[in-house]
Design a protein around this ligand. Structure first.
Ligand code: UP5
Ligand code: MG
Length: 190
């Protein structure tokens, strides 16, 4: 098992940039398993885990949960899967997340898919989503935007310096974004 080559793609972009939406489409066309760090953390809240209240409080402030919590959930999900190709959606969110993931798993991403979208469009999407997410309100949204710019953009910069960022214009309609995404993933199945 240790010699199985695991392929990981990090999917990053601002809140509401379409990470979950595009990952669902990638799964349909390419043989990847989608792991949303945010969804795994929200599942911890609803399952009433020991960390649930802490996670909920941090999420409601748009803050980044300590990496050991998130990485434990991601590792468990990867080990539970028979697949060797993973889309990790919404992680790593800061340099501490990134360094901890690399140190613990020794996995380097194949590339980083960066969904680039202006804030006014992100705001429209988040405030019209209405899926009952506690962090989809104007106040928390602003905090999420700030954390993205201050903490997540440096992670994207880090990988950009290594030539690993694949940036797409995520402000376009869903299917047009996916046309660009498909071109990026095509070489992985060749
Ligand atoms: N939509 C999507 N694409 C569209 C398009 N091209 N045109 C028009 N509309 C489009 O999409 C958002 C909405 O926009 C939907 O209604 C969709 O239909 C529409 P979605 O695909 O849900 O975008 P996504 O980028 O996944 O947005 P999300 O809100 O999930 O992003 P966040 O990064 O804010 O949320 P996440 O769940 O990743 O994290 C939430 C919180 O968890 C964080 O703030 C943080 O507190 C915590 N967290 C951590 O601490 N650590 C982690 O590693 C991960 C999360
Ligand atoms: Mg999402």
């Amino acid at each position: 098992p240790g010699d199985k080559k695991i392929i990981v793609v990090f999917v990053l972009g601002g809140p509401g940039s379409g990470k979950g939406t595009q990952c669902a489409k990638i799964v349909q066309h390419f043989n990847f398993t989608h792991l949303s760090a945010g969804d795994l953390l929200r599942a911890e809240i609803t399952s009433g885990s020991r960390n649930g209240v802490m996670i909920q409080n941090m999420m409601n402030e748009g803050k980044i949960i300590p990496p050991e919590v998130t990485i434990k959930l991601l590792r468990r999900a990867m080990l539970d899967s028979a697949n060797d190709k993973f889309l990790i959606d919404g992680f790593p969110r800061d340099e501490e997340n990134r360094a901890a993931f690399e140190n613990i798993t020794k996995i380097e991403p194949e590339f980083v898919l960066y969904l680039d979208c202006p804030e006014d469009e992100l705001e429209r999407r988040i405030l019209s989503r209405n899926q009952g997410r506690a962090d989809d309100n104007t106040e928390t949204m602003r905090k999420r935007f700030r954390v993205f710019k201050e903490s997540t953009l440096p992670v994207i910069m880090h990988y950009d310096l290594k030539g690993k960022v694949r940036k797409v214009d995520a402000a376009k309609p869903v299917d047009e974004v996916f046309e660009d995404v498909k071109v990026i993933f095509a070489p992985l199945i060749a």
